[in-house]
Design a protein around this ligand. Structure first.
Ligand code: SF4
Ligand code: SF4
Length: 386
């Protein structure tokens, strides 16, 4: 099958045959990672079988709120995104950089062998594909590439998913990142359930995707099945939980650095860093050294960090951003404004995670709207600079 033809084809795979795809991926040496129920949420974790997927579950999301609920059917992907992003596998939360062990009077430094796992991600949403592309740009697309990220990314097989349901905090339509999967995948599924059938319309996005699908029972999708798949995405696009007016946003935020809204949001923000931990594009890290109690070994590790911590902007003598106001403003203006200048795209893909997982329900779409409605307002002179 030629790649051009392969990329245009659509195939139908019955729900009962989906396991064959998982088996083919495992047979090719991939570690399967997909959605599953854990800790009262749908998270990304190791899976083996279709039965590991959260069949019949959905999520209800709003600012500061996430609840699992039963669906009236057995959809395998009938929910929006959860607290995990794929970055936890590509850009790991904790990475050992080197270890040192006492060796007589001296010590020996060892670089840990980094055998990057070859992952197959099952159910990557359109916004998440965009987020992966953004992290590709940041972590591999310039003079300084991150070898750990690159190795994991190059090995990853992406089974994407056209969303059949928008979450209460989703706004991918505003950011032009979904809900339809565009590019950057190996295979893309659309799940369709009606009273009689449960099946997937599958699109091939790469040669290796075509090779993997070759081992799965399938037939060419009929015009009716293709139309049903289109209708699923159109319905999702019409039911976004949030909206963000993205036009002119960088200019709006950057000319409003002294807007009183930053003080208002700082009064609610706990600077807990949840929003940066769950965000699929945030990439900042710190490096720290740890030793064991015996003093015989030490390790240098890289771990996720956040612009919401005071230490993050600590230079000689103190933090550059000591206040919640300056830290929230830094985060939001970087995501939605200066990221464009730095990396050529917005740093936000509209997944809604930062809204759902903010313990006090701070919502960047609401913050941007408030600033737009009073563009040019200035805080009083009695406020400090930070
Ligand atoms: S800023 Fe919020 S909505 Fe945007 S990509 Fe990050 S977590 Fe998702
Ligand atoms: S905006 Fe919300 S999630 Fe982010 S640091 Fe503030 S309180 Fe935490």
């Amino acid at each position: 099958m030629g790649s051009a033809g392969a990329q245009q084809a659509r195939w139908t795979v019955e729900r009962g045959d989906l396991q064959q795809l998982l088996d083919a991926l495992r047979g090719a040496g991939y570690r399967l990672i997909g959605p599953r129920l854990r800790d009262a949420a749908i998270v990304y974790d190791a899976i083996d079988r279709v039965e590991d997927l959260p069949a019949g579950w959905t999520d209800r999301q709003d600012g500061g709120s996430y609840r699992l609920e039963r669906r009236g059917d057995q959809a395998l992907f009938g929910y929006a995104v959860g607290p995990h992003a794929w970055k936890r596998f590509l850009h790991e939360p904790r990475l050992s950089l080197w270890r040192a062990r006492r060796d007589g009077a001296g010590f020996r430094v060892e670089a840990p062998a980094d055998e990057a796992p070859r992952y197959a991600f099952i159910g990557v949403r359109a916004c998440e594909l965009h987020a992966i592309a953004i992290q590709d740009r940041v972590l591999t697309g310039d003079r300084y590439a991150d070898p750990a990220y690159r190795a994991r990314r190059e090995g990853a097989f992406l089974v994407a998913l056209n969303c059949s349901m928008a979450g209460g905090t989703c706004f991918c339509v505003s950011m032009k990142t979904g809900p339809r999967v565009g590019s950057g995948f190996d295979l893309a599924l659309t799940e369709i359930l009606d009273t009689e059938r449960h099946f997937f319309v599958v699109e091939i996005g790469s040669e290796r995707g075509a090779q993997m699908l070759a081992g799965v029972a399938r037939r060419e999708a009929s015009a009716e099945e293709r139309a049903e798949a289109e209708a699923v995405v159109a319905r999702t696009a019409g039911s976004m939980g949030r909206e963000l007016q993205a036009e002119g946003l960088p200019g709006l935020l950057l000319r409003n650095l002294e807007h009183p809204r930053w003080d208002e949001v700082a009064g609610r923000c706990l600077t807990c860093a949840n929003c940066t931990m769950v965000c699929p594009t945030c990439f900042c890290t710190s490096v720290e050294d740890v030793t064991d109690l015996s003093g015989d070994s030490a390790e240098r590790v890289r771990r996720w960090d956040s612009c919401f911590t005071t230490d993050f902007s600590h230079l000689h003598g103190g933090a550059v951003r000591p206040s919640a106001r300056s830290r929230y403003r830094q985060w939001m203006t970087h995501k939605l404004a200066t990221w464009v200048e730095q990396f050529g795209s917005s740093g936000c893909v509209g997944c809604g995670r930062c809204i759902t997982w903010c313990p006090v329900g701070i919502d960047l779409t609401e913050e941007a709207r408030a600033i737009r409605q009073s563009d040019g307002a200035k805080r009083g002179k009695d406020h400090g600079r930070a």
